[in-house]
Structure formats: structure tokens, C-alpha cells
Design a protein around this ligand. Structure first.
Ligand SMILES: Cc1ncc(COP(=O)(O)O)c(C=O)c1O
Length: 409
């Protein structure tokens, strides 16, 4: 096993107790905890370098701008972008996908066009397309999954016809843990003349990412799911597409010139960054990228694969428990959703919380998928660099207590 337990000391929150028990944090798919290195970088920024970016004619503003743009360069290098200009800072995955939906979709989709999504998409890669479809007359269609909780690629051949203009695919399902063959799907999209949008909220934080190898046109992710702060994320896009696209938001910072009736736009990426950006958050994002790079993303992936295999094996021993997702750890990431007998996942999460174990319960912003799974909600444990096998053991012990309390046979 890749032993990352030395990292735990970097995360102050992990030494907290909840309900009189040591906190066992198993909700990193929702948001991750932050190491002191990220907290320190943001604190240093406010104490030493705070000024607005891109407009100051003084040294402090230049320093702040250099830090902000430096963070962009780090994020770009982390995903092997060709240039930092391909990285637009957004509020997170959700706003990054909205930027594509409104900046590209609104201007290119026509009545009868189709947006092809997988049935396992998070609402962040569904609802923006629904909103834009209302304006354009386009229609959303969904790729089903097979019995093994994988994206059904046989349906791809059938569904990817000339009406499809956008293909949206998750890099990893935040419910099932499924890692779809993104490169295969983006290549098929390109052959069919459609653009591809990868929701990488659960991909970039957990595996080495190379945007060229993925072959996507757009890729969206959030800093807070990869040890960074909330309020910032990134939209990576192919430069020619970003350049030809309309901005989705207008205001200061994103213009070249403003006339009484019309305006012209600044260069990419500023064109998409209206208003004062989240500067300290960008600095924190850069620090998170540094931290993950120091561990090495191969090691992050190996650590999570090990924990997931261990969790799947141990959960398999719990009577009455059903796991939703691929059976083999090699096919999936560090997210395990399950139900236990007839216990409502919310009740299960409450019982686990009393034992210090923090898991998520609900539809995890994936209602269409839960309808297919035919359950209103699931419980979900998700792992990151700071989790250990002991955390999984604590989950299993807490589940045994829940079974006892609810009398699950
Ligand atoms: C797969 C996936 N996509 C999108 C999102 C939305 O991310 P954010 O809320 O940071 O915009 C999430 C977060 O839960 C996610 O797991």
C-alpha cells in the first residue's frame, strides 16, 4: 500500500473529535479537507500581498497579479495544458460548465440539435444544458449504463448521430465511482462533429490528468475537491474554441473597450473572468496543486485504489449491504455508495455521525442516475489522500452498530 499516513498531520481538522469520537472524514467527494500549506499560502497572501489584480500601477498590485497568474500556470501544468491561457478560473465545476453552456451552447445549438450526456452525470453537467436547451430548442439525450455500472458504449455508436452537437461525460461518477473511457468517447464525439465537455470534478483530484490524452474540448473541475479552497475552480478549453466563444458574464476586467451600446472583449482567459476574481483562492488553489504534485498523482491514485479495494472487500462482509458501482477497484475511483437493508441512508448517516464517522446520504446531485438505480437515496463513503484503512475499519464498526440498532438481519 502507498503509505500516505505521514500526511495526516498536515490537516488540522483531522485531529478534531465529533460526538466524543475521533473524526473519521469520509466525504471528500463533497469537499476535501485543507492542509496547512494551503491555509498558510492564503493567509500569507492576505497579510503580505493583497491587492487587486491586472489593474494596479504599483508594485504590490504587480505582486498580487504575479501570484494570481502564477497559480494559473501551476493549474495549467498540473493538467498538461499547452498554455496557461487555456485555463479560465471559474467558481467551480458548476460555473465552468455553465460558461460552456452559455458561451458556446447558447450560440451554436439549434432546434432539433442534441446534447448527449451519460445517465451518471452530476446535475452540474445536466441542468446548464437544460437551461440552454430551453432557449435553443435543443434536446438532451442520455447514454445508458450496462449491468456493470459502466457507460454503455454500444449505445454510443447508435446515439452519436449528426444531430448531436455536444457530448458531456463525467471523468468519474461521484456516486458509482465508475471511471468511463473518456478518451474513447471524446474521440467518437470529434468524429461525429460534436464538442466534448468533461466534468472532471472527480477526475483531476484523483488521477494524473493530461488534457491532450483525454482529447476533450472542455474540462471542468473544482479546487475544493483537491485540497484547495471553495469559490474557485477551472475551465480548461481548447484555445481556438475559447477564442471564438462568447463570454457568459459581463462586467469589469473582461473587456477591451466599452461603448454606450456595445463592448469588445479582452483576450482569453480574461474574457471569461468578469469582475474581481477570487485572488487568495487562486493562490490557495496553486498551493493545493503544489501539495498534490509533491505526493505525485500516481501515488494518489494508487493509494485510493488500495483503499477502495479494501473498502469493497470489507463492505462485502456486511450482511444486508448493497454496493452500487463496479465490483472491481481497478474500474473505479474512491467513492463507494451503498444501502443497508431498509435503513434510510439519512438515518444511517446520523447513526454513523454519532460514532464520529462522516459520510454523505442523499441523491448526491444525481437524480437521473438514482432513478435508474431505483433507490431514492444512497449512503456514500469517499476517500482521499489522508484516509487510511483504519478509517475504513471505523466505517465497518459503525455500520455494525447501525445494523444492531435497526435490527438488520
Ligand atoms: C462529478 C461532479 N461534478 C460536479 C460537481 C459540482 O462541483 P462544484 O459544486 O464544486 O461546482 C461535483 C460536486 O459534487 C461532482 O462530484
Amino acid at each position: 500500500m502507498t503509505d500516505l499516513s505521514r500526511l495526516r498531520g498536515d490537516f488540522p481538522i483531522l485531529s478534531r473529535e465529533m460526538n466524543g469520537r475521533p473524526l473519521v472524514y469520509l466525504d471528500s467527494a463533497a469537499t476535501t479537507q485543507k492542509p496547512v500549506q494551503v491555509l498558510q499560502a492564503m493567509d500569507d497572501f492576505y497579510r503580505q500581498a493583497n491587492a487587486n489584480v491586472h489593474r494596479g500601477a504599483y508594485a504590490l498590485a504587480e505582486e498580487a497579479t504575479a501570484l494570481y497568474e502564477g497559480a494559473r500556470a501551476k493549474v495549467a501544468a498540473f493538467i498538461h495544458a499547452t498554455s496557461p491561457r487555456e485555463v479560465v478560473f471559474a467558481r467551480g465545476t458548476t460555473s465552468a460548465i455553465n460558461t460552456v453552456a452559455y458561451g458556446w451552447g447558447l450560440h451554436h445549438l439549434r432546434p432539433g440539435d442534441r446534447v448527449l450526456l451519460t445517465i451518471m452525470e452530476h446535475h452540474a453537467n445536466v441542468v446548464p444544458w437544460q437551461l440552454v436547451a430551453r432557449h435553443t430548442g435543443a434536446k438532451l439525450v442520455y447514454l445508458p449504463m450496462d449491468d456493470g455500472y459502466r457507460v454503455d458504449l454500444t449505445a454510443l455508436d447508435r446515439m452519436l448521430d449528426e444531430r448531436v452537437k455536444v457530448v458531456g461525460i463525467t471523468g468519474m461518477s461521484n456516486v458509482l465511482g465508475t471511471i468511463p473511457p473518456v478518451a474513447e468517447v471524446t474521440a467518437a464525439a470529434r468524429r461525429a462533429g460534436a464538442i466534448s465537455v468533461v466534468d472532471a470534478a472527480q477526475l483531476v483530484p484523483h488521477s494524473p490528468t493530461d488534457v491532450a490524452a483525454l482529447g476533450a474540448d472542455f474540462l471542468a473541475f473544482s479546487a475544493h475537491k483537491m485540497l484547495g479552497p471553495t469559490g474557485i475552480g477551472a475551465l480548461w478549453g481548447r484555445l481556438d474554441l475559447l477564442e471564438s466563444m462568447e463570454p457568459a458574464e459581463g462586467g469589469g476586467e473582461m473587456i477591451r473597450d466599452v461603448d454606450l451600446q456595445t463592448s469588445t472583449w479582452a483576450e482569453v482567459p480574461q474574457k471569461f473572468e468578469a469582475g474581481t476574481p477570487p485572488i487568495a483562492e487562486a493562490v490557495g488553489f496553486g498551493a493545493a496543486v503544489d501539495y498534490l504534485s509533491a505526493i505525485g498523482m500516481e501515488a494518489v491514485r494508487a493509494h485510493e485504489a488500495d483503499l477502495t479495494a479494501y473498502a469493497l472487500a470489507r463492505l462485502g462482509e456486511v450482511p444486508g449491504l448493497t454496493v452500487y458501482g463496479p465490483a472491481e477497484a481497478v474500474d473505479r475511483g474512491g467513492v463507494v455508495s451503498f444501502t443497508l437493508g431498509d435503513i434510510h441512508p439519512h438515518d444511517l448517516a446520523t447513526i454513523l455521525d454519532q460514532q464520529g464517522v462522516a459520510i454523505r446520504a442523499g441523491h448526491h446531485c444525481a437524480r437521473p442516475l438514482h432513478r435508474v438505480l431505483d433507490v431514492p437515496a444512497t449512503a456514500r463513503a469517499s476517500f482521499y489522500v489522508y484516509n487510511t484503512r483504519e478509517d475504513v475499519d471505523a466505517l465497518i464498526t459503525a455500520l455494525a452498530e447501525a445494523r444492531r440498532l435497526f435490527g438488520v438481519a
